[in-house]
Design a protein around this ligand. Structure first.
Ligand code: AHR
Length: 832
């Protein structure tokens, strides 16, 4: 040890005395050339999706690829995957030393893309509107042969250090990839010799800090049929006849205004018309022409309609007679075999649109009923907004939420709800941005739209319903609005201006800014204000007490974004200083958007930023110090989307424990991390575009995942004060130490102490917990354990008790999350 110290200090002395001299270099560097050739290219493989690559040579004959799979710059233009292409990159250097890369976006966009870099490793913002770029005659594009493959690119002579840094950057990525890819699958080898060991958690009750009391919330996005067919309790699919082939970009020939509807019986026709709609926002309606009685229009619901014996269902429809008598409508809920499970009939139709209602009582339980509407009189009628709602919705709200799903969310005890996305918030192209005003008011006047996840949004679950739900479950509403730009992954559709670069035109930005200010007025304004009155008309005169608003969703940080975001941020700040604006720093935990987003946050003093990262479990294991490195004086963090992703994307004990482990670090950093939400929240079986999710469901069942229980345990056992603790593991191995974590918080409302412990190892660890400088305690406490095999998707928390004192032992099973709630008012607890 002494010898090592001596070597280090001699090295320090030498490098201080002779900076830049060969004493300051490693022997390895000294043997290298001063310069070499660097070839920049985009590989022809994978149809040029792969970004900018480098190879080096000292004779321009023998070329060495710098990690054939490693790209140093990727194009972020257009839709995920297939549209993000880099064709013919051209690398050039300006006299100031800055590198510039220009590339062609695809075969049809006439402008070029540009990004700049000081070191060829970190690249700044991308722009896609470059009309032309300067080609240096000394560095024209040329072809070389790289391992038998001809490649076209540009050759530059650069200092060897440049190449060395590129190789080191590539090696870092390879190394990180390797450690982040660690899974429990290798544990039998990685921990082959590991025996049960001891852990000590020493809590210092004197060293404590306040932490956010909003740490655990939920992220709601209409993805995976989370809203229509999911949380929104409507049972009729395509109730407004507004499904359109464009919802699925024309890829599904069966997806149109008639989807989910069919005609039963002969001598009748069912067509769609739009001549005289109930409201211009809802142009299409059904026209049913019957020559003989008995024909009906039927709806199959979302994978059938579930009825519960004894429950009531509210049917409503807008109808008018176009031709024939003004008869009534008979309404039946029937099985596939034609059995009737509920029935009723409406009042008579008239020549004008009229809303008709009838309540139906289900006689039996049935899982796949359908709705049948049968006109009593023959003739031609028009029908629209055909709706069937269970009377029992969450908190019995009209136009409400499916009770069991809403309850599962409420059971997390989320302190906030983020809505309406995710990408749904900023939309796929300008015309798909989620505009909150389209989603309030009478249902027939709301404006449905294509959901970018490939289906249809009725907007039945709209801003009013979101606010109401938040209030019902005691959660802060956190609406996220587009920052004047759509998703950077918007489809290009062979048009110039696809992708995020097509922001809202500046001539329309003032109106858009006003729209966001109006949202705040809608939530909080007096009933005498224009938008406050609309809230009152919807049945909520009291303000919703909005405190947060997210502007932007993991956007590409471009000049165009900055311009629009700044306008919105400044306007909200000026008019509503009481509202905390949450900015955005891209979709990853590092990289250009993250850096540029944080730079903007620092420049504008944005109070909070929204970070997103979906990572492998290994990332969470190896980055527990991620926020310990954050500057406390800068913006607070809302970790708005995160989840542990394993290959195959399961939600199992392994992913859940990786999240639980990381959440101990989130609590420790609860002074800078203000809010967090796992994403996405809901997924309907058979209609899932994204895995893993927190809660899966079908029409009858709610299926919480293992990850759900982790969120629930953190949500239900949150604290607002963090007590410093030290985890000492008897095994002297980094791999072991990184897989054991603890967090101790106090809930000031109850004064309870909550200890959370994670063991992500294949062996148990006997843990000694020492509670220093907290009131003396002795008795029993609640013990909750979540454990099983890493690939277990069914693990559930088990509740028991544990004997506790200021120095007590608890066994942490292999692969487990353990929570101990020490109730200060517990009668089993003797305070010494
Ligand atoms: O959570 C699913 C998606 O992931 C969100 O819509 C988007 O913000 C992110 O890319």
């Amino acid at each position: 040890m002494k010898k090592i110290k001596l070597i280090i200090s001699s090295f320090l002395i030498l490098t201080t005395l002779f900076p830049g001299s060969s004493y300051a270099r490693t022997g390895e560097l000294a043997s290298k050339p001063d310069s070499a050739y660097l070839f920049s290219y985009a590989t022809g493989k994978d149809n040029n999706h792969n970004g900018l690559h480098f190879a080096w040579s000292n004779d321009q004959e023998n070329w060495h690829r710098i990690g054939p799979e490693h790209s140093f710059l990727r194009s972020d233009y257009g839709r995920w995957g297939s549209e993000k292409r880099m064709l013919s990159p051209y690398l050039t250097q300006t006299p100031d030393g800055l590198w510039h890369c220009y590339w062609t976006l695809n075969e049809y966009t006439e402008t070029f893309a540009h990004a700049a870099s000081a070191d060829l490793i970190y690249w700044g913002r991308q722009s896609y509107d470059v009309k032309s770029y300067p080609v240096d005659p000394q560095h024209e594009r040329c072809s070389i042969v790289l391992y038998d493959e001809p490649e076209t690119g540009v050759i530059h002579k650069v200092a060897w250090k440049v190449i060395e840094n590129l190789i080191a950057a590539k090696d870092r990525t390879v190394y990180k990839d390797r450690i982040y890819s660690e899974t429990t699958g290798e544990d039998p080898v990685r921990f082959a010799t590991l025996k049960p060991f001891d852990t000590k958690v020493i809590v210092n009750g004197q060293q404590k800090k306040p932490i956010s009391d909003l740490l655990v919330g939920v992220f709601f996005e209409d993805i995976n049929y989370a809203a229509d067919g999911g949380l929104y309790a409507e049972l009729i699919q395509n109730r407004d006849f507004e499904y359109t082939p464009a919802d699925k970009e024309g890829h599904d020939p069966d997806w149109n205004s008639r989807t989910a509807w069919s005609l039963k019986g002969n001598n009748a026709t069912f067509t769609i018309d739009s001549v005289q709609p109930i409201h211009p926002n809802n142009p299409h309606y059904a026209v049913l022409k019957t020559d003989r009685p008995g024909a009906s229009l039927t709806n199959e619901g979302f994978d059938g309609i579930v009825l519960k014996a004894g429950d009531k269902y509210k049917f409503s429809v807008f109808a008018r007679t176009l031709e024939g008598k003004n008869g009534k409508l008979q309404v039946h809920l029937t099985g596939k075999d034609g059995r009737i499970y509920a029935e009723g009939s409406t009042g008579g139709l008239s020549r004008e649109w009229k809303k008709l209602n009838v309540t139906l009582a289900a006689k039996e339980n049935v899982s796949d009923a359908r709705l049948e509407i049968t006109p009593a009189a023959t003739g031609t009628i028009a029908l629209d907004m055909i709706s069937l709602f269970p009377e029992k919705t969450f908190r019995n709200r009209p136009n409400g939420l499916r009770a069991d799903l809403a309850q599962a969310i409420a059971d997390i005890h989320p302190r906030f709800v983020r809505f309406p996305g995710g990408c749904v918030a900023h939309g796929d192209g300008l015309d798909n941005i989620y505009r909150w005003k389209n989603t309030i008011g009478p249902l027939e006047a709301r404006k449905p739209q294509r959901n970018l996840w490939g289906y249809h949004q009725t907007a039945g679950l709209g801003y009013f319903e979101y606010f109401q739900f938040c209030e019902d479950i005691g959660a802060e509403p956190v609406p996220v609005v587009a920052a004047g730009v759509p998703c950077q992954n918007s489809a290009c559709k062979h048009l110039v201006g696809g992708g995020q670069q097509g922001g809202i035109p500046m001539s329309e930005m003032d109106a858009y800014v006003q729209e966001i200010l109006d949202l705040i007025e809608y939530a909080n304004g007096d009933v005498k204000t224009e938008w406050g009155r609309k809230r009152a008309e919807a049945g909520h005169p009291k303000p919703f007490n909005l405190k947060y608003i997210g502007i932007g969703n993991e956007d590409l940080i471009t000049d165009l974004f900055e311009e629009r975001f700044t306008m919105l941020f400044n306007a909200v700040k000026e008019k509503h200083p009481e509202i905390t604006v949450i900015g955005t720093v891209g979709p990853y935990s590092e990289g250009t958007d993250y850096e540029e987003g944080w730079e903007l946050a620092n420049k504008l003093n944005i109070p909070m930023v929204d970070e997103h990262y979906y990572q492998k479990p290994g990332w969470f294991i190896h980055n527990q110090d991620y926020y310990d490195k954050y500057d406390r004086s800068k913006s607070k963090v809302y970790l708005g989307e995160y989840a542990a992703h394993l290959p195959g994307r399961p939600n199992n004990l392994e992913t859940a424990l990786a999240e639980a482990l990381y959440m101990t670090a989130l609590e420790r950093n609860g002074d800078v991390v203000h809010m967090t939400s796992y994403a996405p929240l809901l997924a309907k079986e058979g209609h899932t575009q994204w895995n893993p999710d927190l809660i899966y469901f079908n029409n009858e069942e709610v299926k919480p995942t293992v990850g759900y229980y982790v969120q629930q345990l953190y949500g239900q056992h949150a604290g607002d004060e963090y007590l410093t603790s030290r985890v000492i593991v008897s095994e002297n191995s980094d791999a072991v130490q990184k897989r054991v974590a603890a967090s101790v918080v106090r809930d000031s409302r109850t004064n309870d102490l909550i200890v959370k412990l994670v063991n992500l190892l294949p062996v148990p660890t006997q843990t000694n917990i020492v509670l220093n400088d907290v009131p003396a305690i002795e008795g029993t406490a609640e013990l909750i354990t979540l454990t099983g095999k890493p690939d277990d998707k069914q693990a559930k928390p088990a509740t028991g008790t544990v004997r506790i004192s200021n120095d007590f032992d608890v066994d942490l099973p292999a692969y487990s999350f353990t929570l101990i709630r020490i109730k200060q008012n517990n009668t089993n607890l003797t305070k010494k």
